[in-house]
Design a protein around this ligand. Structure first.
Ligand SMILES: Cc1cc2nc3c(=O)[nH]c(=O)nc-3n(C[C@H](O)[C@H](O)[C@H](O)COP(=O)(O)OP(=O)(O)OC[C@H]3O[C@@H](n4cnc5c(N)ncnc54)[C@H](O)[C@@H]3O)c2cc1C
Length: 445
């Protein structure tokens, strides 16, 4: 691996250079709090911050260093995104429901800019735009049709680029054209999370890293929260463990943990980086299991990822796989080495949508299906507002109907088959839409 990675290579997220998860305090949690929040990512830290500002005493617990979960490991893409497209939701349910879903995604997306501005968190929040590269001509036709429906319903604009214009969006011929969504953004996830954690601690949250919750006991008036360091009690608990959920079983049985991988290159010539990603947009492809690229916001480097759910044994295997992804799209980077590679867990759900709700004294927000930066911040606040007795408008993501599968216990033995199914479905979609586009072209001629 020595020729593929830099001398100062780290098996750690690039984001930790600017925002390393802080060292954990050494005292043990004890006593009684109004609320215990389990999991210190965007969901947990946002719930803890708003509860503390509402005058409640809050303990925030994480089994790793604070923020060391997916929240400081992700790509930092923000947008109105869900694994299910507007059209899929409209066809499966109805257009009004699809509209409500995408309105909420839009509110969550806008919420990140408001949050960063209001909390004065310098986290490179920018409306950089997004390019979706079509992996087949049929995919371009499909995305174009789906986004046209979204535009008709909610006015969200986009531009389709045919292959001959692709180089306006990306320094690569890998795709079959694609789509540009101008109102889409990115952040530095490490800095956003660090800012929120700082605000939470300033607001009085007692935040304990490296403190795993091993047992939860709901008793008459309170919940007893057990950790190897000590026990605490709370009136209510917030479960914000997403892809790292181990228990309780009811939740684990509803979540499918996916391991995802990312990498950062050594510094690039800024002119080369400009040629690779001309407008500084985020880039994803049109597959269900995406590859994705962006510029680092704080250095002339390329950050990218993919290979979700693959079984990669160690950091050398991850680095080699990440380089293959990079060279597939940008073969001109054959001499470029990687300085960082890392992994992280996100959580899928059986209906491919996140869920926020309450069972007994436990509040939860889980199952972001790879898009939890904006929704995690929103749902954490939503849980806090609900606990504080605020009047809330209903959400399409509210609690009921959080599905599981018969016999599923939280160990996704089927994940390889699921990824093959997604690839097969993507190929079918490509064929269907290519034929439809050809028919349309013939009848227009
Ligand atoms: C590689 C990768 C790229 C991604 N890219 C994007 C992106 O570009 N845009 C986007 O919107 N989303 C992205 N996501 C998804 C996004 O990062 C997550 O949805 C989001 O961070 C979830 O936040 P969270 O607070 O719910 O969970 P996390 O940040 O994962 O935090 C959960 C925490 O719970 C802790 N925990 C678990 N069990 C216990 C326990 N028993 N006791 C105490 N603590 C416990 C864990 O240690 C962990 O820190 C990506 C995810 C990955 C992995």
């Amino acid at each position: 691996m020595s020729d593929q990675v830099t001398q100062d290579f780290r098996f750690a997220p690039w984001w930790w250079e600017a925002a390393p998860p802080p060292e954990s305090r050494t005292d043990a949690p004890s006593g009684a709090y109004d609320h215990v929040v389990i999991g210190s990512g965007f969901t947990g830290v946002s719930a803890a911050l708003h509860l503390a500002r509402g005058g409640r005493s809050v303990a925030l617990l994480d089994s790793e260093r604070l923020g060391a979960g997916a929240s400081r490991r992700n790509a930092g893409f923000i947008g109105r995104v869900m694994k299910k497209s507007f059209g899929e939701i409209a066809d499966a349910k109805d257009e009004a429901y699809a509209r409500k879903t995408y309105e909420e995604l839009h509110t969550a997306y806008e919420g990140i800019f408001d949050l960063a501005a209001h909390e004065k968190i310098a986290c490179h929040a920018t409306r950089c735009g997004r390019f979706i590269g079509a992996t087949a001509p049929g995919h371009r036709a499909y995305i174009d049709a789906d986004l046209a429906r979204l535009k008709a319903a909610l006015g969200h604009d986009f531009e389709t680029l045919r292959p001959e214009r692709q180089r306006e969006a990306i320094g690569s011929d890998h795709y079959h054209g694609g789509v540009v969504i101008r109102d889409s953004g990115s952040i530095h996830p490490g800095l956003l999370h660090q800012g929120l954690l700082d605000r939470a601690i300033e607001a009085g949250v007692a935040a304990f890293g490296e403190t795993r919750v091993t047992e939860l006991h709901e008793e008459a008036e309170r919940v007893r929260v057990v950790t190897p360091k000590g026990e605490i009690t709370a009136r209510e608990v917030v479960l914000a463990t997403n892809g790292y959920t181990q228990h309780p079983g009811w939740y684990k049985r509803r979540l499918v943990p996916f391991r995802a991988f990312m990498a950062t290159t050594e510094p690039l010539d800024p002119a080369l980086l400009d040629a690779l990603i001309p407008h500084g947009r985020t880039i994803i492809d049109s597959n269900t299991n995406i590859d994705f690229f962006r510029r680092a916001p704080d250095a002339p480097r390329l950050i990218f990822g993919g290979a979700t759910a693959e079984k990669l044994a160690d950091e050398a295997a991850i680095a080699a796989r990440m380089r293959r992804i990079m060279l597939k799209v940008f073969p001109q980077l054959s001499d470029i080495r990687l300085s960082h590679v890392w992994d992280g867990y996100c959580a899928g759900t059986f209906d491919m949508k996140p869920h926020v709700g309450r069972r007994g004294r436990l509040h939860y927000a889980l199952g972001y299906n790879f898009a939890g930066v904006a929704l995690g911040c929103r749902f954490g606040k939503r849980i806090a507002d609900r606990i504080l007795g605020e009047e809330l408008a209903p959400s399409v993501f509210d609690g009921s109907g959080f599905p599981t599968m018969p016999l599923y216990t939280g160990h996704p033995w089927f994940i390889g088959a699921a990824m093959r199914y997604f690839a097969w479905r993507d190929a079918g979609l490509a064929k269907r839409w290519e034929k439809a586009a050809q028919r349309q072209a013939r009848s227009a001629a």
